[in-house]
Design a protein around this ligand. Structure first.
Ligand code: AMP
Length: 214
């Protein structure tokens, strides 16, 4: 089953994709994580996308499509894949369909995690991650035991450059303009399930599992 999690920044796509990976052994493909890894490595790709991402804009379709293609090909995965943060516009969705079709695959199910945008600012500005082990925290909703220190590995927590209020407002606009039309695209294909993202993460997980029939 090839699945897509749709939703604005901060709706919990990454959190839910991690659960699918840990509990159901899905291959988790996050274009945002791949791009951040490229920035951290200082690779040519990282240098190219760094400023675009810091502004909260989308990087070019060719870049993300190449990343997804490479990961799908090298993993050899034909099933149990969750796409997080991709596709992000209609052109990417159509390219994904073409890419999958060339390997006799299709998108099987899409979950749209929906939430009032006003909730997202607080969620995103408080978000902290551990660059060493990838664990996620929130200064208010899930604080680490020791301020700024990762509970799992003792690494120093960081805030994403694009999790500042001005950039968040722009990222939400980009979502509304470019990504939200995908809801209709997948609904017309009969693939869309909608989940209330304002619930506790475990309740969201339960609904996603139900939508995926797992
Ligand atoms: P995310 O971690 O999914 O919130 O993505 C962080 C940033 O990476 C986005 O604001 C974009 O700049 C870039 N990005 C991630 N995925 C895509 C995509 N599918 N298309 C274009 N840009 C992307």
């Amino acid at each position: 089953m090839i699945t897509v999690l749709l939703g604005p920044p901060g709706s919990g796509k990454g959190t839910q994709a991690k659960v699918l990976k840990e509990e159901k052994h899905f291959l988790h493909l996050s274009t945002g994580d791949m791009l951040r890894a490229a920035i951290q490595q200082g690779s040519p790709l990282g240098l190219k996308v760094k400023d675009i991402m810091a502004r909260g804009e989308l990087v070019s379709d060719d870049i993300v499509l190449a990343l997804i293609k490479e990961k799908l090909e090298t993993s050899g995965a034909k099933t149990n894949v969750v796409l997080d943060g991709f596709p992000r516009n209609l052109a990417q969705a159509k390219s994904l369909d073409d890419l999958l079709r060339s390997s006799s695959m299709i998108v099987d199910k899409v979950v749209s995690i929906e939430i009032d945008p006003r909730e997202l600012i607080e969620r995103l500005t408080g978000r902290r991650t551990c660059p060493t082990c990838g664990a996620g925290f929130h200064v208010k909703f899930q604080p680490p035991k020791k301020d700024g220190i990762c509970d799992s590995c003792g690494g120093s927590l960081v805030q994403r450059k694009d999790d500042t209020e001005t950039v968040i407002v722009d990222r939400l606009k980009v979502f509304e303009q470019q990504t939200s039309p995908l809801r209709e695209y997948y609904q017309n294909k009969g693939l869309l399930a909608v989940v209330d993202g304002s619930q506790k993460p475990v309740a969201v997980t339960k609904e996603i599992f139900k939508a995926f029939g797992i």
